[in-house]
Structures are given as C-alpha cells and as structure tokens.
Design a protein around this ligand. Structure first.
Ligand code: PEP
Ligand code: MN
Length: 361
C-alpha cells in the first residue's frame, strides 16, 4: 500500500509514519516528489490490510492510504508518477532524449573496440556497449575476454567520453564490473537470478535489466523490484525479444511492451532489436519501430567486420549500417517526441497519477 502524505506534511510527520510502518514489521520506502511525499509500505501485509489502512490513515500529515493490488510497488507509476531520469557522464536516459547504445557483441581486441567506439561516437551514439563476460549457450563458444575487456572498455570511455555498459553474469563479478563500467547489464538469462539482482541493487551504478526471454511483464517488473528494494533506484528496462513459435527471427520483439511499460512504470525503456531479431537487415526497421512506439532508446550491436565476429555474427551492424541507422532514426524520434498520448489511455492513466500512451515525451 501507499501512504500519500499531505503537501503540507512536516519532516516529523513523515518520520512518524515511517516509524509506525517499521513498528508493524514492514518496510517503508519514500519517494519525495515535486509536490508531496509518497511512502510505499512493503512486506507481508496479508489480512492486516484494513486495520493498517485505518491505523496509518489516522496519523498526522497523512492525506490518503491506498491499498495496491499489484505486486510491484517501487517500480509503479502510483509510487512515482514522474519518469525516472538517469544521468551517467554526459548521457541522460529517460528525459525524452534518444539514447543510442552501440558497440560490439563481444570485446574481441583493443583495436576492434576502439575502431567501433570512434565510429559510433562520431555517428551520435550516447553509450558504448561491449561484452566482457559472455553468456553463451555453448560452453565451447568464445566466453569473452573478461577483465582484459573491462580494461579496454575503460580506455574506450576515456578516449570517447561515452559511458560504457557491459554485462555482469554472477554475483562474484559485480564488484570488478562496477569498478570499470558505468552501467551494469543483467542479461536475459539472469533476469530472475535473485542473488545477482540483490547484489547489483547494492552498487552505485545504474543497472539495465533485460527481459527474460520467457518472462511476463509482471515477472520483469518484479525482478526490477528486487534491485530497487535493495537500494538502487536507477534501473533501465530493455526489451530484447521473447521466445515464441516463430523461427525466422531469433526472438519476437514485443513492441507493445514499450507503451505498456510507460503506463505501468516510471523506469526508462530501451529496445534491443539485435538480439530480438538475430538478423542484421531486420535491426533498422525494428529499432525505428521501437522508437516510434515511445522507447527511450535503442541498443544495437555494431562490429567493424561482423562476418568475422566471435559472437552474434549474423546480427551485428557494420559501421556504415550504424551511420545509416542514425541518420534515419533521429528524425523519427524528433517526430514522435512531439506527439501526445492517446487521450483515452492518458485519461485512464491520469487516475493513477501518470501519463499514458506516448505522453512520456
Ligand atoms: C548482450 O546484450 O550481450 C546479450 C547477451 O543479450 P541478451 O542477454 O539479451 O541475450
Ligand atoms: Mn550479442
């Protein structure tokens, strides 16, 4: 449930509510909005709900107590009506600007990374990606250069000024990856690795949480809830395709997830058409599609010689293809940014205090 404090509530009144929640054996999380403070009450509430609503509602400074039936709380629009905006070096994610994350699937050498980094930066990328620890379906496939790749990524950041994002696969890697990377990525196979989610929730780095390839939106938001409730509010969601019966594409990119998430959550949403389609020539139309339905950004794999890549050779864009994508996606984003959401949807969302449709931009 959420305790909505009155606009005039004092610090002492807010503290009073929080200590009452703690005394009930529950945990308070507060969000200080532009106008008022909202306190989420998290924990096993069970049959105590009506009693708690009355008890908390009677405290000084409380305007309303809203019981919430949805299982996700801290990720929800009800808790935080404003969009979460994440700033990392010069990149701003979730403020209506277009985030373009680009780089190789795997860091293969310093030269390969630097050549890619220089071109994507020049073409307008805002974040540099590159896999150091690679989750491969086969244990015999290239597993990534590990810490050596992290060092090259850090050098590439110094060279280009772009923040870097790279995947962390297990709890034991969290500290070392956080030492080098600006944004930690949780891959699709780890979306429900709860000890990993808790651990990245304890570091001072934004986390991009990819959707599990068999996960529902609710399971995905619950996974984000693990990170935020562990102390890290800077979570980015990434739709990277889900597994369906279709075999022409590697996965099926769920475009409806983008406006749906903007309706349900304040977190920024990125699309990854590289892993969603698995095919180079499908990446551009799906990247543009993602931006057209309101994504905050796109992650794409780019390689100087994709056919020789040590991983995901079929889906990585050439350097020229990335330049071409940038030229076409920027005007689409500019156009979409000027649109307003569907009034019906926006009206429905207004009842929970949030914008709907494409109203984010
Ligand atoms: C990746 O982005 O490098 C990756 C492995 O993606 P996913 O976890 O979506 O398969
Ligand atoms: Mn890849």
């Amino acid at each position: 449930m959420f305790v909505v404090m009155a606009k005039t509530a004092s610090e002492a009144e807010i503290l009073g509510v929080k200590s009452q929640i703690l005394a009930e054996g529950l945990t308070p999380y507060d969000h200080v909005g532009a106008e008022r403070v909202v306190i989420a009450v998290v924990g096993e509430i069970g049959g105590r709900k009506p009693v708690l609503v009355d008890r908390l509602g009677a405290l000084a400074g409380v305007e309303t107590v809203t019981p919430i039936s949805r299982p996700f709380k801290l990720t929800s629009r009800e808790f935080r009506p404003e969009d979460t905006v994440i700033r990392v070096l010069d990149a701003v994610i979730g403020d209506g600007s277009l985030t373009m994350m680009a780089g190789p699937c795997s860091v293969e050498s310093r030269d390969q990374l630097f050549e890619t980094a220089d071109v994507v930066k020049d073409a307008g990328a805002t974040v540099l990606r590159g896999g150091a620890f690679k989750p491969r379906t086969s244990p015999y496939a290239f597993q990534g250069l590990g810490v050596e790749a992290l060092r090259y990524l850090a050098e590439a950041r110094d060279r280009t000024g772009l923040p870097i994002i790279t995947e962390v696969m297990e709890p034991s890697q969290v500290d070392i990856v956080a030492e080098y990377a600006d944004i930690l990525q949780i891959g699709t196979r780890n979306m429900q690795n709860y000890s990993l989610l808790r651990d990245v929730g304890r570091v001072a780095r934004p986390v991009m949480l990819k959707r599990g390839y068999g996960a529902t939106i609710e399971e995905w938001l619950m996974a984000a809830e693990y990170i935020i409730s562990s102390g890290n509010p800077n979570v980015i969601l990434c739709e990277r395709g889900i597994r369906t019966f279709e075999t022409y594409t590697r996965n099926t990119m769920d475009l409806s997830a983008v406006p749906l998430l903007h309706h349900l959550t304040h977190l920024p949403v990125i699309v990854d058409p590289s892993h969603a389609t698995g095919k180079r020539w499908l990446v551009k139309p799906l990247a543009i599609g993602g931006v057209a339905v309101g994504a905050d950004g796109v992650m794409v794999e780019v390689h100087p010689t994709p056919d020789q890549a040590l991983s995901d050779a079929e889906q990585q864009l050439t350097l020229d293809q990335f330049r071409d994508l940038m030229a076409d996606i920027v005007p689409v984003h500019e156009h979409v940014r000027g649109l307003h959401g569907d009034p019906v949807e926006a009206g429905a969302a207004a009842s929970v205090g949030a914008g709907g449709g494409l109203a984010k931009h």
